[in-house]
Design a protein around this ligand. Structure first.
Ligand SMILES: O=C(O)CCC(=O)C(=O)O
Length: 482
């Protein structure tokens, strides 16, 4: 989504402005906030540096002793838990910029299931997180300013808040060209030793590190986002070609545990073209401009390359439409080898679902509604009964294939439209008092397994209605305690 910063007050995201804000706070509280661990994109090792040095490089550029551009990036600074405390105005500004707030707002988004967790419960870190990095339009092939291919546990929104173009120093250009040739020779030896036509390969390698065409002045980062359906082919490609990639210490990859969750691959334009040639798939590729918000659906593998120095702020959220994908990923992460860094269930989506269903059932029955507006609308459940009845009818009208489908994902996909249709068919008086929140709740409930859905049809018959509701609420309360 374009120009989301237009909804804000125009506070500066210049690195030195945020630096000064943090320096003031440091004096009072956090001595260590001005020493940071950044990542060197050449070898993916950590570099200890002061924040001031890091930001100077962001504006002026840095080079190593060979004259090669030094590309550093800083992830999650200040850490999410200190973001609001240390940069309160920036935090507020970022919240104003959020598109689709119903889904994305971290405390007030009625369609964000992460919001349903009660106050006293341990919460996952949903952000905001910053990605601050140096970057160049030219793809060097080595040490590029990238976030490697990965899949997040939940939906996310990422806003590009600041860009700064640092041209490569003219006097360094000959050194860079010489080193690029050396890298190509080394790649040919280390990564493509089995290729038959060495000359042709050398030509490809030398050509692949070129200036990217059509980078406009407000472009900041190049994104590639893959569709979920293309994951098997993408994984197959990476398993087949993994020896052509480098990661830690710039060494060729010797093994992989999981092609996407390892976060060790960045597909250069050469690999993107090869992937299309061999498997017929390609990502959505686009440039994120200053003020653009990118919405990344959970489960879609993606990678990013900074074309300039960039500051981005991102936030995770859990939409009811994609909650089944969060569950699928949680299961997949659990199957990773014991010491894999991504193995931990950091999201806790199951807990979120239980609290969200709990909230939904209370709201639908008109009990304990938290929001005064809702309370008024629901009038002790009278209105919701009509709505649930309409939705239940829509559910019954579903084609048999969707009704009998066993997977959560298929169910939720099939039901979204009938719910919308049922809601459109409501009499105008009901429509008016039907808040967005209820849609998320119904979506969520209908994303649950068959048993819970058939229980819901009791809502439409007056007999046993209260009993059944109490039973469902009891079941969820029991599960919540477990
Ligand atoms: O901007 C970046 O470097 C990475 C962003 C990203 O991967 C995300 O927001 O999920």
């Amino acid at each position: 989504m374009r120009n989301v910063l237009e909804a804000t007050s125009g506070l500066s995201w210049e690195p030195m402005v945020t630096y000064r804000a943090c320096r003031l706070i440091r004096n009072k509280k956090h001595e260590t906030l001005l020493d940071v661990n950044s990542t060197d994109c050449l070898d993916f090792c950590e570099v200890e540096i002061t924040l001031h040095e890091f930001f100077t490089g962001y504006i002026e550029g840095r080079y190593d002793r060979m004259g090669w551009p030094r590309v550093l990036k800083l992830k999650d600074w200040p850490p999410s838990k200190f973001f609001e405390e240390n940069l309160p105005r920036h935090s507020e500004e970022f919240l104003c910029s959020l598109p689709l707030k119903q889904y994305t707002h971290p405390t007030n988004g009625p369609l964000n299931l992460a919001v349903k967790l009660p106050k006293n419960c341990l919460k996952p870190d949903m952000g905001p997180k910053t990605y601050i990095a140096y970057g160049f339009a030219q793809e060097f092939g080595r040490g590029d300013s990238v976030t490697k291919l990965h899949c997040d546990m939940s939906d996310a929104v990422n806003v590009l808040t600041h860009i700064y173009e640092v041209p490569i120093r003219r006097e360094n250009q000959p050194d860079i060209e010489k080193l690029k040739k050396k890298h190509a020779e080394q790649d040919l030896k280390e990564l493509y030793s089995s290729v038959a036509n060495k000359e042709e390969m050398m030509e490809i390698l030398e050509k692949s590190s070129q200036e990217v065409e059509n980078v406009e002045t407000d472009d900041g980062a190049l994104w590639d986002i893959f569709r979920r359906e293309d994951i098997p082919k993408l994984e197959h490609y990476l398993q087949k070609h993994y020896k052509e990639f480098r990661h830690f210490y710039c060494c060729p990859l010797s093994q992989i545990a999981h092609p996407i969750h390892d976060q060790t691959f960045y597909l250069t334009r050469y690999h993107i073209a090869k992937l299309k040639e061999e498997y017929g798939i390609e990502p959505w590729t686009f440039n994120q401009k200053l003020g653009d918000a990118v919405l990344i659906p959970v489960g879609c593998p993606h990678q990013v390359r900074n074309l300039k120095s960039c500051t981005k702020v991102a936030l995770d959220f859990v939409s009811p439409e994609n909650v089944s994908e969060c569950l699928r990923l949680t299961k997949q992460y659990r199957l990773l080898p014991p010491n894999h860094f991504a193995k931990e269930d950091k999201l806790g989506v199951k807990k979120m679902i239980i609290y969200a269903v709990d909230r939904a059932l209370k709201d639908l029955s008109g009990k304990e509604s938290t929001e005064p507006e809702e309370k008024k609308n629901l009038k002790k459940g009278k209105k919701s009964k009509v709505i649930v009845k309409a939705v239940d009818k829509a559910l019954k009208d579903l084609p048999p294939s969707e009704k009998s489908s066993e997977t959560v994902e298929e169910k939720s996909n099939g039901i979204v439209n009938p719910i919308d249709k049922a809601l459109q068919d409501l009499p105008p008086t009901e429509k008016k008092c039907y808040p967005q929140l209820k849609r998320s709740e119904l979506l969520l409930i209908f994303s649950l397994p068959t048993k819970s859905i058939s229980n819901l049809s009791f809502f439409s018959s007056p007999e046993g209605e209260g009993e059944k509701k109490a039973e469902i609420v009891k079941t969820y309360e029991r599960r919540k305690k477990q």
